[in-house]
Each structure stands twice: as structure tokens, then as C-alpha cells.
Design a protein around this ligand. Sequence first.
Ligand SMILES: Cc1cc2nc3c(=O)[nH]c(=O)nc-3n(C[C@H](O)[C@H](O)[C@H](O)COP(=O)(O)OP(=O)(O)OC[C@H]3O[C@@H](n4cnc5c(N)ncnc54)[C@H](O)[C@@H]3O)c2cc1C
Length: 382
Amino acid sequence: MSKRLLLIGGGHSHVEVIRRFAHEPEPDAAITLVSPDRLTAYSGMLPGHVAGHYSREECHIDLEHLCRAAGITRVESTVTGLDLECGFARCGNEHTLPFDILSIDTGSVAATAAVAGADRHGIAVRPVAHFLQQWDRILASAARARSALRIAVVGAGAAGVELVLAMQHRMLGLDGNARFTLVGDGPGILPSHPRRLQCRFMDILNARGIELRLDGTVQGVDADSLLLRGGARIATDEVFWVTGAAAPPWPAASGLGVDARGFIAVNAKLQSMSHPRVFAAGDVASMVDAPRPKSGVYAVRQGPPLARNLRRALRGESLLDYRPQRRALALISAGDRYAMASYGALAWGGGWVWQWKDRIDRGFMQRYRVEGGWSGQQGRRR
Ligand SMILES: Cc1cc2nc3c(=O)[nH]c(=O)nc-3n(C[C@H](O)[C@H](O)[C@H](O)COP(=O)(O)OP(=O)(O)OC[C@H]3O[C@@H](n4cnc5c(N)ncnc54)[C@H](O)[C@@H]3O)c2cc1C
């Protein structure tokens, strides 16, 4: 009897798993992907889409096309829990999906839980489909607004800085009436990047008139303001919440072994430390012996070793270890066609960096476009 492999989530690692199974099908496996949406977003191009440089289609991978090419059944649903003893996943629409081998790549969730009102009044970047719906709504209302819409972006890491600059760029292009504030809880912006890059982005934010509220730990969010520790308030019409990655609750609640933050604990084989027939990759997983930041680049790099080990597990072969790279190249865009790169302590910037990033991103997406046939090219990502 064929073995059942269930893939939960169409994240950056699983799209590569599916691509590899399309190139080399596994005859004795019945593979299912469960994912809430037909399209999955490529985060590297998301700020560029918000800024208006890319269409929605250009920054999304069509999971239906990918799965069809690989002979994989796609179920449109959200997993809410697992029965690890009996081997099935529970879905939001009452479905249950059985598995012999399970792989989870569902990403992280917004870190809103600790702040009162953030869930209700803040717009999180995930789920991306909801974020983009909200962005469309805000663009439309800014075009009609008599007084400037007050938009706050909470989180001064790479995603927050890229998004606030992208949003402002798009608003300017559409003659939208909006004012932006970037709120961070530390003394500076982009804390994990070199000083040169931080200073350059600080200059850009100031030159574009984006208000900076640093050292501003948000304690509460309501319909028209942010409450900061110490009592200060920032008046807002819209709040975007980009404060980093939290773990979804259902893996731990299902009994999977997790790290101290609730991310699925995996070994060097990307295999659950508690349940050997479960694998996990991307933001939702934590490699206990080689922890790395939550970033798309690591999720992408885990795709090939995950595909290899899932295939070996299906065949009953021994699994192979994977060692992630120590550091990764980061490419951060400034809304317009300017970007900076950082690698360790080094940083560069310029229009040419944006063009470079654009080529890498388009090359990456090309690998997952099925209509034109498989390109076979090994596009790189940061
Ligand atoms: C604005 C922004 C810009 C970024 N830019 C970069 C960048 O330039 N470079 C970089 O390296 N990183 C970047 N990141 C970080 C990057 O987005 C994440 O690290 C990356 O997306 C993680 O990939 P993943 O495979 O873990 O999951 P994801 O890409 O988040 O994909 C998870 C998938 O699983 C699905 N899913 C979720 N829950 C369930 C469920 N319960 N059941 C079934 N399916 C589910 C989702 O719908 C989604 O399709 C950025 C993040 C943001 C917010």
C-alpha cells in the first residue's frame, strides 16, 4: 500500500518540496497539501508589491498549478490540530486528513497576543491575504480622505522599515492623503544590521517625513490610538503590526515537542524531536542544535534537505543531516528603486542593489511558474 505524506502549509520550504516531487515523482506515495489559500506569498517581493512595483500575481506562487504538476492533491483548509497517536490532522472545516508521514511549513503568526487590543485593532502582515485586503481598503480610503490618514507601523525591524517606506511610496504615487509613523521599542531601527545600514535608513526615513517614535513600547491599541509605556498616546486611524514572529499554538497543543517560544523542535534532519514521523521547516520550526533567525532565506534553504529526507522517509531509508549556513545576505528596499544589502558587518546600497534584488526575486519566482514549463534554473534567494 502506498504511504501517505501530508504537507501542511504552502510555505517557502514546501514549494521546493513540491517542485522536486514534480520533477521526480515518488511512485509509492500519496501526497496531499493542505493550505488555506490557492496562492502563497513570496515575502521577498511583498514590500515591492505594496510599493506598486509588482502585481499581486508576480509576488505569489500558485499552489494549485504546482500541486497539479506534481500529482499532489490540494485541500483548501487550515489545520487546527493533530492526533499524533492515530496519525491525522484536524482541519478548520471539520475535515480530518490521515498521514503516515507529516511535514509542517506553516510559518509564524503575528506577535500580537501580549498587547491588549492589538489583535482587534492592529493589522498583522499574516495572513498575507488579509493584510493585502486591508491595504487595498486603506489605499481606497486615503484617495478620498479630506484630512490625512494617520498610519502607524509598529516594529522597526527589516519588515517594518520596508513596509512603511513601501506604503508611503505607493501613497505618494496615488496622491493618497496619509501620514506615517514608525514605532519601535528599542533605541534604533534595524537592530540586527550593521550601523552603516541603520544610519542610511534613518536618513531615508527622516528625508521622507516619516515620524519616528523609538523607545516606544506599545502597551495597548484601541480604535484611534496607540498607548505607549509611560502613558503617551499616538493618534492613529490604522495600525500595522510587524513586531516579529510568534509560534502558532496548535503544534504544542497537539503534543509536539516545542522550544521555549513554542516553535516545533527539530533535529538536524528537520525531524521532530518528539515524533519521528513528523518533519517541520521554515519559521514554524526551530533547529535546536543550530538555531537561526526567522527569515525566508532559511526557509528556502531548508526546502532541498527537507525534500530529500521526506523521500527517504517514504522509502524507509536512513535520513541525512543538514547544517544551515551561519549567516545570510539581507536585501532591504526603501520603497523606491533603492535597496541596501547587508552581510555580517558589511553593508552596501544603491539603485544597483535594488536591480540585483529584483533579478534574484524574479529568478526565484520563475522556478515555481508551471505554465511556461519548468525552467530548471537554480534561482538564488538571499
Ligand atoms: C513584510 C515582510 C517582508 C519580509 N521580507 C523578507 C526578505 O526579504 N527576506 C527574508 O529572508 N525574509 C523576509 N521576511 C520573513 C519571511 O516572510 C518569513 O521568514 C518566511 O515567509 C517564512 O517562510 P515559511 O516557509 O516558514 O512560511 P510562510 O512563507 O509564512 O508560509 C506559510 C504558509 O502556510 C500556510 N498556513 C499557515 N497556517 C496554516 C495552517 N494552520 N494550516 C495550513 N496552512 C497554513 C499559509 O497560508 C502560508 O501559505 C519578511 C517578512 C515580512 C512580514
